[in-house]
Design a binder for this molecule. Sequence first.
Ligand code: AMP
Ligand code: MG
Length: 524
Amino acid sequence: MMLKNKLNIDNSFTKSLPADKVLDNHRRQVVDACFSYVEPKKTSNPKLIHVSNEMLQEIGLTEEDATSEEFLTIFSGNQIIENTHPYAMCYGGHQFGQWAGQLGDGRAINLFEVVHNKQRWALQLKGAGETPYSRSADGLAVLRSSIREHLCSEAMHYLGVSTTRSLSLMLSGDKVLRDIMYNGNPAYEKGAIVCRVAPSFIRFGNFEILASRENHETLQLLADYTIKHFYPEILSEGKQKYLDFLTEVRDRTINMIVHWQRVGFVHGVMNTDNMSILGLTIDYGPYGWLEGFDYEWTPNTTDTQHRRYRFGNQPYIGMWNLYKLANALYPLINEAEPLQNILDEYEELYLKAYEQMMKNKLGLFSSENHSEIISQLEKTLQFTETDYTIFFRNLANIIKDDSQESAIQKVEFAFYTLEEVKDDIKDQWLNWFSNYLEILKTEKLSDEKRKQKMNSVNPKYVLRNYMAQLAIDDANKGDYQLIDELYQLLKNPYDEQSNHEKWFVKRPEWARHKIGCSMLSCSS
Ligand code: AMP
Ligand code: MG
């Protein structure tokens, strides 16, 4: 059977919402519409580099399908399945705290939606050429950022963090000009296309743009569409329906950010156009993984001045962004107080969820309040460079009968330089372990059971920044083997994988200040 006949195509977004009446592809302000029809640019020599076999199955395809010429032509944008009409979405957003007006899918083109096993999936090519929303840019994407998006979105999924997915990673065969560090050194790089997949790619910004243009009718259509398809549990009507909607988006956003903090993921650009209305991690750009624990850390070199999107600020930014969403939904409610009440609950809900998450990481499963031991740990972790992932993974090896000294020895692999852990710092650690061991003794679970539970929330393997960079360096030389190795590794991030122990290490020193490893610009 032809691949296209296996896909159960069922477009809901374009059917339910108003389209831009202008059909040609020039940059413009798109008013009174949620999207514009636009076709992907033809690529000169597409080549499939990697495919997510699980994502294939999710949409009803097999691994064999992925080896076909048809797969290559459809997911590189060279072939459009008949009766489908690709489109780019219109959205706006607040970028770094400022209203930025219309943004939109400047380099993402939605192909179609499929429904398989009762699950709706929208498939979208990123880097497939210009759209009416491309502004001054080219609509393309380079290989390095595409590898990062493909690997990380799948890795996040397997970590249990809600996220958009990635079906395939292709080379376009075309060259793309980029000035990586924005310092006047543009160079040609290999172009690539990722096929992203999610139930929907609607963002906070899709609502904001309609509200900013006072297009309340379409705003309501978009809210009704989103609720009907993606929040079917909301059964209320009238104003209450939109209040329930905001409440649900708030809760999904909190949940997502708590998971980010759990695994040490720093998004890097939490602008409202990068906030999924479904609470999915979306738009993998200058993201990074926390290595040494540091609330102040951000991988994004564009944000070094104010560090708005630093690790420790992500929960606050989630709330800030929800304020912007609430403003956008206001015309559907016309009353500030109930909106305010929903936002006022954010902090308490977040803190509660955060504390529960940290208790799980620490293996403290009895119900008492443990905020003291958590905050003491957060302080102690800052004194010396301590690898976040390794620390928590190895913490599970501690047993109730350990002494403070033997307990420290079990986590010392997480310290970048052991020599730093002396005198005052050593005393702080001994003090923390003494308190921790005290609490552990009151835990009902056996050491073995506790370890098992801790290991199910403290990953052993994450996509460390240098790991992605190694895969990129190889890929630029035409070797794609490491991409698959990392993909396979990160499918089971909580398992011990004895043949992959080499990835359970601290960042090597060469990667400390290397571009792409701990510092990334938005250039992609
Ligand atoms: P980002 O900060 O990467 O989420 O992007 C913000 C906006 O810029 C979105 O509207 C993107 O579609 C657009 N954009 C980013 N890179 C490009 C590009 N190479 N070509 C066209 N639009 C882009
Ligand atoms: Mg974006």
